[in-house]
Design a protein around this ligand. Structure first.
Ligand code: SF4
Length: 472
């Protein structure tokens, strides 16, 4: 930490590294706070542009948003270069992955780390860094869960929405997508989830008018579909119900998607018709596994039967359900993986699942609640700073080999833009070869309808790929 507060300008540079093709709310919201406090803010999205180091010159504060594991790994390259380009700036890392990697981030050259509800902390750090305060640099809590007064995000200098992920419709139509958040955090405690160590079962509501103003500005910028980035859209069902009612009234031409856990789809079954009526195009749900034992280990709060019931309910209401999975865990067997594939065929979900979802390997980051699971730590290697996680090897090496083969095939197939059913056929063959049986024929199988989806699939608790990153 710089020992005293030198006199610098009032420039703040906010940097996003990678947010799965979403225009980052986590830059736009702090930008609004900081501009409101009189700072000259520059937002840089390194998923769409290379870093022009001249913007760092004279900055008082440079703050990087670490939203996910991929972004945090890119930070390992980005931070030393930023430090070189802005040696006098206060360098801060914030976001979900910052607190749990605080020690490592400081070895790279960051001065401060903020997690959770970070906007007030960012403003205090910026005020100190700009030299308007004489006292020592404020010591901010690593994680703040205090309520903040959300303001309308300022998206004025972020790249236009049509450069981000778009909505792809089954008929090939495309729509510009806006991204917002109606809440942050989560009231659940799933053991593998990176939100849990930061929010510890709490969530914060973004006021309706703030969400609607943000949607209005993105609608005016061309968005015809809104993707809600809330960890779970039904953590606050009353808030969600009011929001979609107002959304329908004010923006009848907008559609939307949201992430909702299976447990909530069942508990709020009565809302499914309202979601459909309000323009919900699809629901993403982190199903993770179809093995009840694995679901118990992850504390997901649902069973395979629950998932099948939620799927049937969504279908009955004309809502597309896009499940996501973490299929490779220490508890996965070759048989259970093949069983997952068979279930996707039987449930006519092959086209509904992004192929990357069938390659994902459980990630155990620092602070993961999985480490609290009895005996689990013994299965892990020591923390690996290169991976930013605890490596693990399956006790059956054939499972690890299969995961690597599936991952390589999915990467190759995506590069060739093969249709999902073709990618699935390759995975199907590999899974059955691994067991040593002839793959049953998929000829005549009903792979289900093509469903609306975003052009960049959502994933979170997984080993990353960096192929879509351009900034570094
Ligand atoms: S996995 Fe989903 S429901 Fe579970 S804690 Fe994370 S955000 Fe909440």
């Amino acid at each position: 930490m710089p020992p005293t507060s030198p006199q610098r300008g009032r420039r703040v540079v906010l940097i996003s590294l990678y947010e799965l093709g979403r225009q980052p709310f986590a830059l736009a919201e702090p930008a609004a706070w900081l501009r409101g406090a009189g700072f000259d803010v520059v937002c840089v999205d390194l998923s769409l542009a290379r870093l022009d180091t001249s913007v760092l010159s004279g900055a008082a504060l440079v703050a990087l948003h670490l939203s996910m594991h991929t972004a945090t790994r890119i930070a390992a390259e980005a931070i030393p270069r930023i430090r070189d380009a802005a040696p006098d700036a206060l360098l801060c890392a914030y976001g979900l992955y910052a607190p749990m990697n605080a020690k490592w981030l400081s070895t790279l050259g960051t001065d401060a780390v903020l997690g959770g509800e970070m906007e007030p902390g960012l403003v205090r750090l910026a005020e100190w860094a700009a030299g308007t305060r004489e006292e020592a640099c404020p010591v901010e809590p690593l994680v703040s869960r205090a309520k903040v007064d959300f303001v309308t995000p300022d998206r004025s200098d972020l790249p236009p929405l049509d450069r981000y992920a778009h909505l792809i419709l089954p008929d090939g139509g495309r729509s510009v997508v806006g991204f917002t958040e109606a809440s942050r955090g989560c009231k659940h405690l799933c053991r593998h989830c990176p939100i849990v160590p930061v929010y510890e079962g709490r969530f914060r509501i973004v006021p309706l008018e703030v969400v609607l103003d943000d949607i209005a500005q993105q609608h005016a910028a061309g968005a015809r579909h809104i993707s809600f980035g809330d960890p779970d859209f039904l953590n606050g069902p009353t808030h969600a119900r009011r929001l979609i009612g107002l959304l329908r009234q004010r923006f009848p031409d907008l559609t939307f998607d949201a992430t909702i856990k299976i447990e909530h789809l069942l508990a709020h079954e009565g809302m499914l018709a309202e979601l459909k009526e309000a323009g919900c195009r699809f629901i993403t749900s982190a199903v993770e596994s179809l093995e009840d034992e694995v679901l118990r280990h992850l504390a997901k709060g649902h069973t395979r039967a629950d998932f099948e019931r939620a799927l049937a309910l969504c279908r009955a209401h004309g809502l597309a359900l896009l499940p996501t999975f973490v299929p490779f865990t220490p508890w996965t067997t070759l048989e259970s993986y093949a069983d997952l594939l068979r279930a996707l065929v039987d449930l006519k979900l092959v086209r509904a699942v992004a192929p990357v979802q069938l390659s994902i390997r459980l990630l155990v980051p620092a602070g993961s609640y999985l480490l609290r699971l009895e005996g689990f730590g013994a299965r892990l290697d020591p923390f690996d700073e290169r991976l930013l996680g605890y490596p693990w090897r399956h006790e059956d090496p054939r499972v690890d080999v299969l995961q690597q083969r599936v991952q390589a095939w999915v990467g190759e197939a995506e590069a060739k833009e093969l249709p999902r059913e073709r990618v699935f056929e390759g995975i199907w063959r590999m899974a059955h070869e691994a067991i040593g049986v002839q793959p049953p024929s998929l000829a005549g199988a009903d792979h289900g309808d093509a469903l609306p989806r975003l052009s960049e699939p959502w994933y979170c608790c997984a080993e990353p790929t960096t192929s879509q990153l351009t900034g570094f």
